[in-house]
Design a protein around this ligand. Structure first.
Ligand code: ZN
Length: 493
């Protein structure tokens, strides 16, 4: 298959043709969650963005090794190296083992991802399971001269690093300015300057998660796990590193610095970042009271929500924006996604029932070009909103045919079915209901209504108006709309 995928590389700030280092293999690393609370809308976006990439790369014929890490140690409250470990704090407050916190929230995270139809990655490594690799990584950086030990901790020397490499190139920070201000501010700390970041932290006596190291008992700095685990599973050079834009600085900037310092060159060939989600124009945050978990969306149990939203509505809502644009959540926006998705899936199900007309009839839509138009949009940096708009053009045509106002040739009908199944189910990962049990029940229910309406049709043919009216009136009373067509009937609820 021809592969014309172009992706925007956040490092070069350019759209670039995607050519893997070692085709057909593709290495993909995405920063996963810190598991100390329930997943929220902000977790859904990177998960869905890179799920689309994963699905599309596999469709293009690549053998993708997708690594998404689990942060279960070292992520301190103030992101870099200050404050208490987020998981240890929760464990202290709830008087449980830190790994109980991790297990609890990881199961819930997996459940939410499954409901969003996010495929599991190939490997999901835990930071706490890769302490040996992280210690070895620190030793490499120390040996190269870009880190220093101080009171049992090891810090990355940003100023020294910046004499040979360029710290700040990903996030566009002006490092001279950073170093200048930090020179004036520092003095008391065990760090030489505030821009330096921890590779290894000495554990205070009350710190629960701790491991022996050449520098005493401690734990790894947050940025280190991604460098160590991506290198372990994807090698010293790998294709794509993804994550949310909020991770560009300091997290990804530090990852680049760690790799360059340890091995002399960058590991990542393409950096991809999804933009953020705002709620009614505001950043999401616990203190702002607009922090809505995915579970709360699914159950409608948050004060800001006027109704429940299905996982598929959330998924569709996210895919209706390009991953590099911001998305603003509101009830109105989600309700319109809900309606849009319904219209798309309804047309998809109508499509299955269409009968082809003879080959002599003219096609009412340009079916032949649809697949290519959708593919072009996917190739253009995963432009899912454009894919969706092409599918909606086809929805109009399907409805015209279903209403008997136009016809489709057999070959066009088959092509439409194939394009819809590929893009809606396989690549966008959308489906009609949340789980297989629901979908079986829905199927059985549809067949039961069809059966009733067939009995009504038979009654009409036998001029048994009493039975025919009884079925029609009973279904109408239950809220069904029944339409007689030339082939039989159509119904909706
Ligand atoms: Zn990371």
């Amino acid at each position: 298959m021809e592969k014309n995928l172009i992706i925007y590389n956040s490092l070069t700030r350019e759209k670039t043709p995607f050519i893997p280092n070692n085709p057909p293999h593709v290495g993909l690393y995405v920063c996963g969650p810190t598991v100390y609370g329930d997943a929220h809308l902000g977790h859904a976006r990177p998960a869905i963005t890179f799920d689309i990439l994963f699905r599309y790369l596999r469709y293009l014929g690549y053998k993708v090794r997708y690594v998404r890490n689990i942060t279960d140690v070292g992520h301190l409250e103030h992101d870099a190296d200050e404050g208490e470990d987020k998981i240890a704090k929760k464990a202290r407050l709830e008087q449980v083992e830190p790994m109980e916190i991790v297990q609890h929230y990881l199961l819930r995270y997996h459940h939410a991802m499954e409901r969003l139809n996010v495929l599991p990655p190939s490997i999901e490594p835990h930071a706490s399971g890769h302490i040996i690799e992280q210690i070895a990584f620190v030793e490499k950086i120390l040996a190269a001269g870009y880190a220093y030990e101080s009171h049992g901790s090891v810090y990355f020397d940003v100023e020294k690093y910046n004499t040979k490499f360029h710290y700040g190139k990903l996030s566009g920070r002006n490092v001279d300015e950073l170093l200048e201000t930090s020179r004036q501010l520092d003095g008391q700390s065990e760090k030489r300057r505030s821009t330096d970041f921890a590779l290894w932290k000495k554990a205070s006596p009350e710190h629960i998660m701790r491991w022996a190291s050449p520098w005493g008992e401690g734990f790894p700095g947050w940025h280190l796990e991604c460098s160590a685990m991506s290198m372990k599973y994807l090698g010293e050079t790998f294709d794509i590193h993804g994550g949310g834009m909020d991770l560009m600085f300091p997290h990804h900037e530090c990852e680049i610095a760690q790799s360059c310092a340890a091995i002399g060159h960058e590991s990542v060939r393409y950096w991809m970042h999804n933009n953020m989600i705002t709620i009614n124009g505001q950043k999401m945050g616990k203190s702002l009271g607009n922090f809505i978990t995915l579970e709360e969306f699914f159950s409608g149990s948050h004060a800001l929500l006027t109704q429940t939203y299905s996982p598929m509505t959330i998924r569709f809502f996210i895919l209706q924006a390009h991953y590099r644009s911001t998305v603003d959540f509101s009830n109105e926006a989600l309700q319109s996604s809900e309606k849009g998705l319904e219209r798309l899936l309804e047309a998809y199900s109508r499509l299955q029932k269409l009968q082809p007309a003879g080959d002599s009839t003219t096609a009412c839509i340009e079916v032949a070009g649809l697949r290519n138009r959708c593919m072009e949009a996917m190739n253009d940096d995963l432009n899912t909103p454009i894919v969706i708009s092409h599918l909606f053009d086809a929805v109009k045509a399907i409805n015209t045919v279903a209403d008997g106002k136009a016809t489709l040739r057999a070959t066009d009908l088959e092509e439409l079915k194939s394009v819809f199944s590929l893009f809606i189910n396989d690549l966008l990962g959308l489906h009609a209901s949340d789980n297989a049990a629901d979908s079986n029940a829905t199927e059985a229910y549809k067949k039961a209504i069809d059966l009733l309406l067939e009995m009504r049709l038979q009654a009409k043919q036998n001029k048994d108006w009493a039975t025919s009216d009884r079925i029609r009136n009973a279904l109408t009373a239950l809220g069904f709309t029944i339409k007689d067509t030339k082939d039989g009937f159509e119904w909706s609820l």
